[in-house]
Design a protein around this ligand. Sequence first.
Ligand code: HSE
Length: 441
Amino acid sequence: MKEKSVRVGLVGFGTVGCGVARLLVENGDILRAKTGIRFELVCVVDLDTETPRPVQLPDGVLTSDLEVLLNDNTIEVAIELVGGTGIAKEIQLKMLRAGKHVVTANKALLAVHGSELYQVAREADRCIAFEASCAGGIPIVSALRTGLLANDITALYGILNGTCNYILSKMSAEGTDFAETLKEAQAKGYAEADPTLDINGGDSSHKLTILGSLAFGYELKLEDVYTEGIEDVSQDDIRYADEMGYCLKLLAIGQKKPNGKVSLRVHPALILKETALARVNGPFNAISLFGHAVGEVLLYGRGAGMMPTASAVVADVIDVALGNSKRSFDQVQVKSRQQIAGQIEAMADCESRFYIRIMAKDHPGVVAAYGKVLGDHGISISGALQHEGRGPDDTVPVVIVTHETQEKNMSDALAEITELDTIGGKPVCIRIVDIPEDKDD
Ligand code: HSE
């Protein structure tokens, strides 16, 4: 029988593009042994055709002209690794309209324009595969699409940004402050020269939009995800929270609530130190998923980098070649925006426990006054911590941990506390997230 051959095109010959080329060009034997298919990388498009790359392409493959790829009717699979929501969108649209299946790692584009692109793919009878868009080398998309399909997913908790996790782990282990740790992460190549989207939570929100849609079967938009970053995290809070048994992570959370609403949010979160996610350190990613039948499933691995991300991209190329991606793309059912109207929980209604730190003037009755404001808003205190010593303006840190309450109660209470003349500066408020435990009874 004649060996099947699949011709592949790639746009974007950066770090991940080089990893993809390496797997397709240098590891073709492994792919052929596993799939019986010979993958041929026949066209690589990048504006920069001069800079030497750590992989050798066959002669004539590299070009700066996208039309070469689009006009080659023998190319079945086209990979977009340009990134961003601008030119990358045009490239994907052109690829689909030229009759190519698209493989991409572009989370921002799918989070913002996914519905439109999926529609164009359906009209062209093609598919878009995007395993590499979420958590790099971790096969989370495939887990949700296939392995966990029998489950009603009730919650997912993800550490989806390696840059933030590296910074928070380091601050926690070494007592460093945010600004110096970010600089160090940049120097070591863990953080981008412009790390804005990582640090402000945007990158995690893009990923949660995609994963939440797969997990809960909703057509989600980026604006459905409440987003806060780690810019304001301080060493003091990491230390006090540690004393109380918590560690700080940037979490992406999707929960199906008992009232049927879905809560989607990315924010710094305190989690108990003994939970599995608390032990995910450095640039690693992890996702803890809860299914009604399976219980908890924990996926862990490298969420970024040349070869881990290339591993996911090439897995998609193979899946497209085998016909699996198209079948799964066609079969996915999501409730439309109209059907899910009112089904995304407003952040003001979200319930959690809270850690608050108030820099208090050290006068009689101040702590009682804070307790009264919290009580007036129906908020119950579950723990408190106060060390002797002085902060700025002769203040002392008063740390209070609360029982569960709605976000709006806490913001109203904090607004009132901020008005008191016994505090120095704005209170710090960090949500405490209790990740369920799936224990053997
Ligand atoms: N910049 C991301 C991270 C990887 O730090 O995890 C790509 O989304």
